[in-house]
Design a protein around this ligand. Sequence first.
Ligand SMILES: Cc1cc2nc3c(=O)[nH]c(=O)nc-3n(C[C@H](O)[C@H](O)[C@H](O)COP(=O)(O)OP(=O)(O)OC[C@H]3O[C@@H](n4cnc5c(N)ncnc54)[C@H](O)[C@@H]3O)c2cc1C
Length: 438
Amino acid sequence: MIGAGGSGLAAIKNFKQHGFDVDCYERETGVGGAWNWRHDRSPVYASTHLISSKPFTQFPDFPMPDDWPDYPHHSRLLAYFERYTDHFGLREHIWFGTEVVKVVPTNEDDPNTSWDVTVKGVRGGSEKTLRYAAVVVANGHNWAPKLPSYPGLDTFQGTVLHASAYKDAAQLRGKRVLVVGAGNTGCDIAVEGAQQGARCWHSSRRGYWYAPKYAFGKPADQVNDRVLGLGVPLKIRQWLFHFTMRLTVGDLQRFGLPKPDHKIYETHPISNSQLVYHVGHGGITPVPDIERFDGNQVVFTDGSTADPEVVVLATGYLPRFEFLAPRLYGGDDRGRPHLRWQLFSPAHPTLSFVGLVQPDSGIFTICHWQSELAAAWLRLNDTAPDRASAWWRKAVEPGGKYSDADVKDSSRHWLEVSHWVYLKALERALKSLERVPA
Ligand SMILES: Cc1cc2nc3c(=O)[nH]c(=O)nc-3n(C[C@H](O)[C@H](O)[C@H](O)COP(=O)(O)OP(=O)(O)OC[C@H]3O[C@@H](n4cnc5c(N)ncnc54)[C@H](O)[C@@H]3O)c2cc1C
């Protein structure tokens, strides 16, 4: 396993339960990955709470405590991962402070190849190469900033930081702030800019559907899932969502926000009850995309300008696998991975990627079932290699598309899946693996 964030932990647990010996390498000094704010690369900030609600985020076999709120704070997520680690005895499998620097197949022509994994201590020391029957990559995809470039940015005298370096609202206190990007992080930071800054502009390329975190007194994702459970078709769900938005938030254009150029579910959901509130109170000024920087002024595509002291680029993250040749994860010339079941290396089922998904819900239920499938395949390969190979050759993916809506083509959606579509595909794959004939 590479990484002891939530995905890696689920993988260690499930591979262990399938009877495998497991080593996990984690470059940081603790578990929890992104949710461990002590880690240098953790993208969470002081106010980060879950965006997906508790039951849709937790591992299916390890519920979060009943007395925790619907959307726990990031410190509770870390406590949750620590308890999971101790409960399932995972710590003894993890080599902390150890980075994986290279993973190469021992026989490229063999789909079931074993792997040479090179590791090194983050505090120095020599590299070491070890051989493994299978490798699970769980290195996360929210730590390598995606940075935009703008003409004139190099002449700007103010502070420019990516959201990964934003840790606390104190960084904005009393300042004129421009937040770029309207994903969940950009919206959170814009709200803090409104509360703590002297002024806050919020730049987005397009209009989005800013859904409230609660609908009808329940976490919005739970309401959405009730509707899904009734088997309501996409078009009617879209209509219902737009209707509920009209009833609750109302017409976003009335607040000066741009009209969304897409239907709901066609971009990654944004869940924020406070953004529209602060726009309505004048704390946030919505502005379009940045055209250029002109000295200390920012010029937007509609010709309007702003003079921020701090610019926060909440422009997202890109997946990165420096230790792997791109062909092993089907990387195209933009670096986008193309996997089978969004899980297995296209050529080698002995190399899998857990957590390389961006669901419209919490991720850890998905990581659990992804690692179950990877472990079940490997177990079959151990006991009945012909059956495992037959499954790998014949098992059909549902066209590799795991979203029922037409998701916008942008790097933000490279890993996007609808949780119910994807979980069903994993379930089908697991069942077909059990039934594969001898
Ligand atoms: C602000 C914010 C809010 C979010 N809110 C939610 C939410 O509400 N619900 C949700 O489900 N998700 C949310 N996410 C997504 C978040 O990425 C996932 O919850 C989760 O962190 C994914 O777990 P992971 O284990 O796949 O990756 P990570 O948590 O990133 O863990 C990866 C681990 O791999 C280690 N690693 C990486 N490379 C190497 C290497 N070469 N060698 C050794 N170790 C390595 C890292 O140190 C890290 O510990 C949010 C993300 C952000 C940024």
